[in-house]
Design a protein. Sequence first.
Length: 319
Amino acid sequence: MNNDQTILLVLIVVSFSLLLLTAELNSIPFIYGQSLDSSFQAEVSAIDSMPTQKVRVGDIDIAYKQLGNGSDIPIVLIAGGGTTMDMWNPTLLKELSSNQTVIIFDNRGAGESTIGAGEFSISQFANDTAGLLNELKIDKADVLGHSMGSFIAQELALMSPDRINSLVLSGSSCGGKDAIPPSREVIQAFAGSTNSSSPILEERIISLLYPPDWFKANPDYQNYQPIPEESVSPQVLKGQFEAVTNWEGTCVNLSKITQPTLVIVGTEDVFTPAANSLMIVDRIPSAWLIQIREAGHGLMNQYPDQFNRIVSTFLHMAN
């Protein structure tokens, strides 16, 4: 693996991931998506404060939450590197949970999930996700992954194709030697970021999730960037970095994915440039490609209405 590929992978790991099961479904708190006077962070806090459930999967306890009122086909959201389940945009969760059961969870070692003794690899994360589906008795699900979460989603679809109803890959890449790296300016900005206790909260990193002109016009990121209480430790961030660095990618196998697939990316994404999404669509039969003009890697927070509408339309057609 050359330096550009390694740098691309570390940037993906620290990028924004841009997102409770009992016998009976829990109701969503009133503040969540229902109070017009609530601030964005108040809605984030409402998701953050929802009861967390845990199940044993292999050598770890996976923390998860369930939203919505039940559906035949639930949707499982896989978070990106450096993020937790409470960092999904609350408007997206509201939109999805109005039609489906929504499962959000913390990847191995992130947030409230335990770290375990197993390796940190994309295939291991996919195995963890498959184990979660088993424990929740989910035979088939729609799966949405952002950034590193989209890598996991690809591996899951290849590993357990019968478990996947449809795929949504946001800010994605199929990895390997053909991946398109970010600019040198981005690489320099992220030097040493894996040594930070909360790199996703640093304004210099958050600013790179959005095009410069848009971020300058919207400098108060607390109005659109979810900031929950839980975070990802430097140890886990380093493990995620190594997992992505060592990932061989899925480019040569993507033609085996036959499920309906939506690939969505911002035209100004400097973490996973849009050319990577074009590569994926070229390899997955009948995949949809949606590029949101002037959107960055944080497209689901930058243009939530567009993002939510596109994803909802695709899921409606897929189901």
